[in-house]
Design a protein around this ligand. Structure first.
Ligand SMILES: Nc1ncnc2c1ncn2[C@@H]1O[C@H](COP(=O)(O)OP(=O)(O)OP(=O)(O)O)[C@@H](O)[C@H]1O
Ligand SMILES: [Mg+2]
Length: 302
């Protein structure tokens, strides 16, 4: 079964950069605790890390780390949280010229990450627009061939991203992210219209329950944690096992996976090879705190 699904979709001639659009958070990642405290009790964490978070941001950093130019289009978290993450954002190397300041009247976009075993849970404050989109002229002047959208909720909020990308002849990928307030009517046609859909196992199970089955998108790659990932398209499906490793923090593993997968897919490689690259990045990401911690460590070791 050859899974060259989508190769005819890819545009040639544009430089191969990626525009990543999505919500940008200040992640407060706790460590040294196992799960949220029971009501009325208190847990004392061994550590806390402030990192830029959100799918688009983390994926853009891992694309740059693989040598692919990336642009981040997002609203910066307001208040003191922008300063807390600006240094790491700059270091990660994505072009930030399409990031815009938040309306000071809106709450800062913050995610509290509470690890529990090899997984984690989030408490997130989401406010205001996810991003200010470039206009068609600005987009056509960028050396990009692909748009990656960090979460489904952002595409529901801004469906015009698809028209903007298609009019510019770009391919489009979409991560899912968890938001069970979304409805089938809101998401079905959007998922059908992207080239690559990248949910994790829990998110695809939720979509199945609301009547958005596997195979709604032309190519769906389901991320399976330590089990790796599986590609699904009309030509068939293929599971590529992961490279099991010890988890320091699972936050951002899926976004790192997206970057590995897309870096290989944009170059026209067969889907199983793209999943291998995705697994590699995902595995590295769980070995450090936060979505880009492993890149920070790799940088300081050079
Ligand atoms: N314990 C692990 N050992 C090896 N690889 C892992 C492990 N956990 C995750 N990965 C790799 O990272 C990828 C993405 O992880 P996961 O399935 O947890 O995505 P996710 O839930 O979307 O993550 P997030 O949304 O926090 O970024 C997996 O497909 C796999 O390649
Ligand atoms: Mg994810």
């Amino acid at each position: 079964m050859s899974m060259h699904m989508g190769s005819q979709l890819r545009t040639v001639g544009r430089a191969g950069g990626v525009l990543c659009i999505g919500r940008l958070y200040c992640d407060l990642v706790f460590s040294g605790i196992d799960g949220a405290p029971a009501p009325g009790t208190e847990e004392f964490a061994q550590g806390i890390t402030l990192m830029p978070g959100g799918g688009a941001c983390i994926t853009s950093a891992w694309l740059v780390a693989q040598g692919r130019p990336a642009w981040l289009c997002a609203t910066l978290p307001s208040g003191p949280f922008t300063d807390a993450i600006t240094g790491e954002l700059m270091r990660a190397g994505a072009d930030l010229s399409l990031c815009s300041p938040a309306d000071p009247a809106t709450d800062p976009q913050v995610t509290v990450v509470i690890p529990s075993g090899a997984d984690r849970s989030f408490v997130t404050r989401r406010s205001g627009p996810a991003a200010t989109l470039p206009d068609a002229d600005d987009l056509s002047s960028l050396p990009v061939s692909h748009v990656h959208i960090g979460e489904l909720a952002t595409l529901v909020q801004m469906p015009e991203i698809l028209t903007l990308a298609r009019d510019a002849g770009l391919t489009v990928s979409l991560d899912c992210g968890w938001d069970d307030s979304l409805t089938r009517a809101e998401v079905l046609s959007l998922i059908q219209d992207v080239d690559v859909f990248l949910p994790n196992r829990t998110e695809q199970a939720w979509l199945d329950r609301i009547g958005v089955p596997l195979g709604t998108a032309p190519l769906t790659v389901v991320k399976l944690g330590a089990d790796g990932a599986a590609g699904h398209c009309p030509l068939g499906h293929q599971h590529v096992p992961g490279e099991p490793t010890n988890v320091v923090d699972a936050t951002g593993a899926g976004d790192a996976f997206n970057a590995g997968f897309l870096h290989s897919w944009i170059d026209g490689n067969p889907v199983p090879d793209c999943i291998v690259q995705g697994n590699h990045c995902g595995r590295m990401a769980v070995g450090a705190m936060g979505g880009t911690g492993a890149l920070l460590e790799a940088d300081t070791q050079e």
